[in-house]
Design a protein. Structure first.
Ligand code: ARG
Length: 460
C-alpha cells in the first residue's frame, strides 16, 4: 500500500506507477536512506516520540536491512513500493508492526530524499576524487617513463613548437587538479543537512537539527526549510564538475587518438584497451579512447536535462525533481569508468620516442627561434618575425629544414646571422630556452614532474 493511501479510494493505474515510481533507480540510495532513518529515529527519542527501547528495535531492524542491502541480498525489482523511502518504511512496518509506523513522525519524503541524495552524492564524490587521483598518478608515471621524449606541440593542429612529452602529461595533471579542487569545493558547499525541514515548512517536533546534521556527517543543518527541500544545486554542480572533468578526458583522448593514428605513429596502445575490425584484419582501433570522448555526449546532456527540469519550478518540492536521479547516476557511472579505463590506457601505452622526435624536428617548429635570434641581434621582433617567415619560404622552396640551410642562404635573409644560429636551431636548444616557470625546458619540466610526483605521493 502507498504511504499516502488514506485520502484515496482507488489504487494507482499501471501506467501511473510506471511514470511515478522511482524505486527502479533510487534503490541505489538504500544505504543512505536507512542511515538517515536510523539517525531520524534517534532524533525522535530526544523529541519524546520514541522510547529508547523502541528506537533500539528500529535501529536493529534497519541495520539488518542495511547490511542485507549492501551485500546485494535484496531484490528491489520484486517490490511494488513506489520509491526507496516507501520500501524502507514498508519493511520496517512488516518487521515491527505499529512501531514501524511511528518512524515517519515529523518527517517528509521531501526532506528525506533531499538528505539521502546529498549523502549519496557526497559518498560518490569521495570515490570519484580517488578515481581522479589514480588517473593523475597514471599520467605522472607515464611522464616519468618517457622523460626524454619530445613531441611536436600544436596550435590549430599545425606543428607549432616542440615540447617534452612530460610537459603534455603535466598539462592534463593541471586539469585534473582543478577537477579535484572543484570536487572539494562542491563537497564543502553542499555539506548542509535538510533533514528536519519536513515537507516544506519545518517540523513541529522538537528534534535537534544540529545533532542530526552532525550524526549524518554534515557540517551544519540547512537554514531555510523551503530551500532545503527544493534545492538541487548540488546535483547540478555534480553534473557540471563531472562534465568538465569528462571534457578534459575527452581532450586527452582526442590527443592520444591522433598520436596513435597511422599518420602520426607516435604511440602504441595496449591490446587490452583496443579492439579489432570484423572485416579488416590489420585494424587495431582506439575504442577505449573514443568512448572516453564519446561518452561526453550523454554526460553533458545530463547537465542540460536537469537545468531545464529545474528552470521555472515553483517553490518548494515538485515531482519534476525526481528526474534529478537517473542522469546523476549515469554521470557518476560514466565518469568513474572513464577515469578507470583512462588509467589502463596510460599504463599500457608506449611512446615511440624516435618518431615523436623526428616529427618535432619537422614542420619548421624552430622558426620562432630564428626570430628570437634576430631579436638578440637588435632587430625589432615584428621585423624578425617577417624575416624568419621569409627564411621558411626559402627553406620550403629548397625542401630543407631551417637548420639545413647554408650559412650563405641564411645570410641572404639577414646579414647579422652567424654560424652560431645552428646551435639555436637545435631541438634541445629550442626546448631548453623555454626555462621560465611553466615552460617546457628539461629543467622546468623535470622540476614540475618531481614536485607533482611528491604531491601525488601525499594525496594518493
Ligand atoms: N521519489 C521522490 C523523489 O525522488 C521522493 C519524494 C516524494 N515526495 C512527494 N511529496 N511525493 O523525488
Amino acid at each position: 500500500m502507498a504511504l499516502w493511501g488514506g485520502r484515496f479510494q482507488a489504487g494507482s493505474s499501471d501506467m501511473f506507477k510506471q511514470v511515478n515510481d522511482s524505486l527502479p533507480f533510487d534503490y541505489v540510495m538504500a544505504s543512505e536512506d536507512i542511515f538517515g532513518s536510523i539517525v531520524w529515529s534517534r532524533a525522535l527519542v530526544k523529541a519524546g516520540v520514541l522510547t529508547e527501547q523502541e528506537q533500539g528495535q528500529i535501529e536493529a531492524s534497519l541495520s539488518a536491512l542495511k547490511s542485507d542491502a549492501e551485500q546485494g541480498n535484496i531484490d528491489f525489482s520484486a517490490s511494488p513500493e513506489e520509491d526507496i523511502h516507501s520500501f524502507v518504511e514498508a519493511y520496517l512496518t512488516e518487521q515491527l508492526g505499529d512501531l514501524g509506523r511511528k518512524l515517519h513522525t515529523g518527517r517528509s519524503r521531501n526532506d528525506q530524499v533531499a538528505t539521502d541524495f546529498r549523502l549519496w552524492v557526497k559518498n560518490h564524490l569521495a570515490s570519484l576524487k580517488q578515481d581522479c587521483i589514480n588517473f593523475m598518478g597514471a599520467l605522472l608515471q607515464c611522464a616519468n617513463r618517457h622523460q626524454d621524449a619530445i613531441i611536436p606541440g600544436y596550435t590549430h593542429l599545425q606543428r607549432a613548437q616542440p615540447v617534452y612529452f612530460a610537459h603534455w602529461s603535466l598539462a592534463y595533471v593541471e586539469m585534473i587538479k582543478r577537477d579535484i579542487s572543484r570536487i572539494d569545493d562542491l563537497i564543502e558547499r553542499m555539506n548542509q543537512c535538510p533533514l528536519g525541514c519536513g515537507a516544506l515548512a519545518g517540523t513541529t517536533f522538537a528534534v535537534d537539527r544540529e545533532n542530526i546534521a552532525q550524526e549524518l556527517g554534515f557540517a551544519s543543518p540547512c537554514l531555510n526549510s523551503l530551500d532545503a527541500v527544493s534545492d538541487r544545486d548540488f546535483v547540478l554542480e555534480l553534473l557540471f564538475v563531472g562534465s568538465t572533468s569528462m571534457m578534459h578526458l575527452s581532450r586527452l583522448a582526442e590527443d592520444l587518438i591522433f598520436y596513435n593514428s597511422g599518420e602520426a605513429g607516435f604511440l602504441q596502445l595496449g591490446d587490452d584497451v583496443t579492439s579489432g575490425s570484423s572485416l579488416m584484419p590489420q585494424k587495431k582501433n582506439p575504442d577505449a579512447l573514443e568512448l572516453m570522448r564519446g561518452k561526453c555526449g550523454r554526460v553533458f546532456g545530463n547537465l542540460q536535462a536537469l537545468l531545464v527540469t529545474m528552470k521555472g519550478l515553483p517553490l518548494a518540492y515538485n515531482k519534476d525533481m525526481q528526474e534529478d536521479k537517473e542522469g546523476a547516476i549515469d554521470t557518476v557511472n560514466q565518469w568513474h569508468i572513464c577515469l578507470c579505463i583512462g588509467v589502463e590506457v596510460l599504463n599500457s601505452m608506449h611512446v615511440n620516442e624516435q618518431a615523436t622526435r623526428k616529427a618535432a624536428q619537422q614542420g619548421y617548429a624552430n622558426a620562432t627561434e630564428l626570430a628570437d635570434y634576430l631579436v638578440e641581434k637588435g632587430i625589432p621582433f615584428r621585423t624578425a618575425h617577417d624575416l624568419s617567415g621569409q627564411a621558411v619560404v626559402a627553406a620550403i622552396a629548397k625542401g630543407q629544414a631551417l637548420e639545413d640551410m647554408s650559412i650563405d642562404d641564411l645570410k641572404n635573409i639577414h646579414s647579422s646571422i652567424e654560424s652560431d644560429i645552428y646551435d639555436w636551431l637545435q631541438l634541445e636548444a629550442v626546448l631548453n630556452k623555454r626555462n621560465q616557470l611553466g615552460g617546457t625546458s628539461k629543467q622546468t619540466v623535470t622540476q614540475a614532474l618531481y614536485l607533482e610526483l611528491e604531491n601525488w605521493d601525499n594525496i594518493k
